[in-house]
Design a protein around this ligand. Structure first.
Ligand code: HEC
Length: 228
């Protein structure tokens, strides 16, 4: 019988139908009310516990922020593209529509076997600058500079760590070494140094993921005449 909460909890399943049938309407209503209360309290406490767990969860599984890109490398590739790095670090090939990036040599710098332009360097140093059609070797008042290999190969940035890269861009140091010489024009590190740490890390992660291309560009050359 559903006379009390105790009876209600321990009722005989086999007789359930008959007992309910025999209950006065008041008792049935009271019992159902009790049942609803107990179920509600239990459900509410479970919900509160679960809400507590769910509130803590986002901190543990916080999704890294790559500025809307699905990975750090993808973000870095975007920054390299819009930052114009390929303009100087990727050799060009001529097409009917003018020079275009040589996609087989992406970011590999000035090709080692390509000689510098055959010009009167003294005259060029005094009058302006000359650049190869690949846009990778630059002759000017600073001498000759050759765009570096930025691919993941050991002849590129393969052996660099993140701090080398950040120092190269922030302080304009060759190979990102503290004692490295100052980087020459036209590498625009004075502009790129304003990139945030996260942006520089993204660029470096992307460069580390590039196809390795073995290429050692020639060393930079001093000007032939005294600097103006
Ligand atoms: C206008 C041409 C130009 C652009 C654009 C350019 N670079 Fe350079 N970069 C150079 C040249 C030339 C050198 C070699 C300078 C030297 O030898 O002193 C160089 C050197 C570097 C170095 C140092 C390499 C070493 O071995 O020390 C890094 C790193 C670098 N560039 C990264 C980048 C990145 C990343 C971008 C794009 C965000 C970029 N560069 C855009 C021309 C350019």
């Amino acid at each position: 019988m559903f006379d009390s909460l105790n009876n209600f909890i321990t009722f005989d399943i086999e007789n359930k139908f008959l007992i309910i049938q025999n209950l006065p309407i008041m008792k049935t209503t009271t019992s159902v009310f009790f049942l609803v209360c107990i179920v509600s309290i239990f459900t509410f406490s479970r919900c509160t516990m679960q809400t507590g767990e769910n509130q803590a969860a986002p901190e543990v599984a916080a999704k890294p922020d790559y500025n809307g890109y699905e990975s750090r490398e993808a973000w870095g590739e975007h920054l390299v593209t819009v930052g114009g790095c390929n303009d100087c670090h990727t050799p060009k090939k001529m097409t009917p529509h003018g020079p275009d990036l040589d996609s087989s040599l992406m970011l590999s710098g000035h090709p080692a076997q390509m000689p510098p332009p055959d010009i009167d360097r003294k005259e060029v140093e005094q009058k302006g600058l000359v650049v190869t059609q690949t846009l990778t070797a630059w002759v000017g008042p600073w001498g000759i500079s050759y765009a570096a290999n930025l691919t993941s190969d050991a002849t590129g940035i393969g052996n660099w760590d993140e701090s080398n890269f950040i120092r190269a861009i922030r302080e304009g140091k060759y190979k990102g070494l503290e004692a490295g010489r100052d980087l020459l024009p036209p590498m625009p590190w004075q502009m790129y140094k304003h990139l945030t740490d996260d942006e520089l890390k993204a660029i470096f992660a992307y460069l580390k993921s590039t196809k390795p291309i073995n290429n050692v560009p020639p060393g930079a050359q001093q000007p032939v005449s005294a600097a103006p």
